[in-house]
Write a protein that binds this ligand. Structure first.
Ligand SMILES: [Zn+2]
Length: 269
């Protein structure tokens, strides 16, 4: 049986305000729950007061993706892998919807980490050692020994960037510093990344915790379309901060390339 036709609204205002996780949960609920309503999703997924939001936030997200009322509950009582097979075999392109659905499941999150790990291991025979080293380093840094999915993911990304080096160069200030003062920082915020973007090692860069991590993450500096570090015109700077930032503004970000440009662009906008 063919699936209903996607009918995207072209209006992305509500969609742009939401994280990948929130969008995933909205889509999952709409397709898999029989009696899901927009107001209930605004309340249960987005934490909004449905009396004032009126369900428009989750509705805006679904309409942007083309999932109007014809899609409501179409996968009720069907399991996720079966539903994904059905989406894959349809003549329309549901690849992004599939990614969103995959994003809802811890099973897929484990699969993401496994595939990131296995892929690197096949390219680098010392990868396992480097990964163990980086996990120990993370535990040494914050004194905790939990091995959550996000910790493993950070361990893998650090092993990719730093291998067995004791020092690394910051992509922003270009100082060479001990790796325990460095992070594998997401250029595009991790919460906004799709599953396939999180599997792409180009989504991270090495930056120092001695300033640059916060300067970049909080938007005090931007990387422009030529890879040059710039002040953010939307930010206000005290004269002391301006003095600190002047040392890095105008430099070329060493991690800018054709493979990373799209992530910097996302961050700028
Ligand atoms: Zn730095």
């Amino acid at each position: 049986m063919p699936l209903p036709k996607l009918d995207p609204s072209g209006r992305d205002i509500e969609y742009r305000q939401r994280s990948f996780k929130e969008i995933s949960r909205i889509v999952y609920t709409w397709l898999f729950i029989n009696d899901a309503g927009h107001r209930e999703m605004d309340r249960d997924i987005l934490g909004l007061d449905p009396l004032s939001s009126k369900g428009w936030q989750s509705m805006g997200v679904l309409h942007y993706l083309g999932l109007k009322k014809e899609f409501k509950g179409i996968f009720f009582n069907i399991d996720l892998s079966q539903a994904i097979d059905q989406l894959k075999s349809d003549e329309q392109n549901f690849s992004f919807i599939i990614e969103l659905l995959e994003g809802t499941s811890t099973e897929y999150s484990e699969a993401l980490i496994r595939s990131l790990y296995e892929e690197r291991k096949s390219q680098d025979r010392d990868f396992e050692e480097h990964y163990k080293l980086r996990l120990r380093e993370l535990e040494g840094t914050d004194g905790r020994s939990n091995r959550t999915q996000s910790r493993k993911e950070q361990g893998i990304l650090r092993a990719i960037l730093f291998r067995d080096a004791h020092e690394a160069e910051c992509a922003i200030c270009q100082k060479t510093l001990p790796t325990d003062l460095m992070v594998a920082a997401h250029i595009k915020p991790r919460s906004k990344c799709s599953v396939s973007e999180r599997k792409n090692p180009n989504v991270v860069m090495p930056i120092c915790k001695v300033g640059c991590d916060d300067f970049f993450e909080k938007g005090y500096v931007l990387v422009d379309s030529d890879g040059v570090i710039q002040a953010n015109p939307k930010m206000e700077y005290s004269s002391e901060l301006r003095k600190i930032l002047n040392k890095i503004i105008g430099r070329q970000c060493t991690h800018f390339s054709k493979d990373t440009a799209q992530f910097f662009e996302y961050k700028r906008n």
